[in-house]
Design a protein around this ligand. Structure first.
Ligand SMILES: Nc1ncnc2c1ncn2[C@@H]1O[C@H](COP(=O)(O)OP(=O)(O)OP(=O)(O)O)[C@@H](O)[C@H]1O
Ligand SMILES: [Mg+2]
Length: 253
């Protein structure tokens, strides 16, 4: 089992310090909730871990290796997978095809095997079978051959989760998975994320504004603002912290 260690991470965009010496870690198999107001730097952190952004300074270690030495296209091979704050699906593709897209980095078909089309077909069949199993695991099996376009938002959020899981990650980064969902859908998704973690033994970094969900499923919570950590601890500890109460929740606990 591996852990994610982020140490003294900073990144600047012009005059803005989007991350300012941020330090946090996610223990193996744990769900770490990341909360903070708009512009706190949560998505920027995800973009650094998934290698979309190059931090100005600091380190990111995953599974004992230096993640900053890994190019963005190599991140999935290191067992890291993410979802996006705004859906990143292909509307005209079916649920099965969208899920299979996520499996691509895991495909082992190399140059030599790709010449042998039998190898490709075998690989394709395996990816297709696993994608279908994932859709069933997430109660989306009945939609496998339907296009993503026109489906309810909550359903598409689950599809995005299926696609992230198709890469067989050991670290899952979820950026506001509950955004735009109804109360019932949020509860269902929370249950699903916990189930996924339990069944697949993943570590999860969960960015979410929905307090009930973060506090309900996280093992630890990190609160941040202005690119810095305000506090961390159990959900109960963090929700009591005075700076969290005033800076984020906006009400007295
Ligand atoms: N590519 C970029 N260029 C310039 N500024 C950026 C860029 N990406 C992020 N920022 C800035 O960095 C800060 C942190 O943004 P970020 O998107 O990480 O916030 P967030 O915590 O995810 O907020 P939200 O809850 O609204 O999603 C903001 O001030 C944002 O404008
Ligand atoms: Mg964000």
């Amino acid at each position: 089992m591996s852990s994610l260690v982020i140490d003294d991470l900073s990144i600047r965009f012009g005059g803005i310090k989007a991350l300012d010496g941020l330090t946090l870690s996610v223990e193996p198999g744990q769900i770490c909730g990341l909360i903070g107001p708009n512009g706190a730097g949560k998505t920027t952190l995800f973009n650094c871990v998934s290698r979309v952004y190059q931090p100005t300074s600091g380190t990111i270690t995953w599974d004992g290796s230096d993640l900053l030495a890994v190019p963005a296209h190599g991140i999935a091979r290191h067992g890291v997978s993410r979802t996006f704050q705004n859906l990143g699906l292909f509307p005209s593709m079916t649920f099965l095809e969208n899920t299979m897209v996520g499996a691509h980095p895991y495909g082992r078909t190399g140059f030599v095997r790709s010449i042998l089309s039998w190898g490709v077909r075998q690989e394709e069949r395996r990816i297709r079978r696993e994608a279908y199993e994932l859709l069933e695991f997430l109660d989306l099996g009945h939609l496998a051959f339907e296009p993503a376009a026109g489906q309810p938002f909550g359903t598409l959020k689950r599809l995005e989760l299926a696609r992230a899981l198709a890469a067989r990650p050991r670290l899952l980064l979820l950026d506001e998975p509950a955004g735009g969902l109804t109360h019932a859908e949020v509860d269902e998704l929370a249950e699903t994320i916990r189930h996924v973690r339990d069944e697949k033994g993943l570590s999860v970094l969960l960015v979410e504004h929905h307090m009930g969900m973060v506090m309900g499923i996280s093992d630890t919570v990190v609160a941040m603002n202005f690119g810095k950590k305000i506090t961390e601890g159990t959900p109960a500890e963090v929700r009591r912290h005075p700076e969290v109460v005033s800076a984020y929740l906006g009400t007295r606990a």
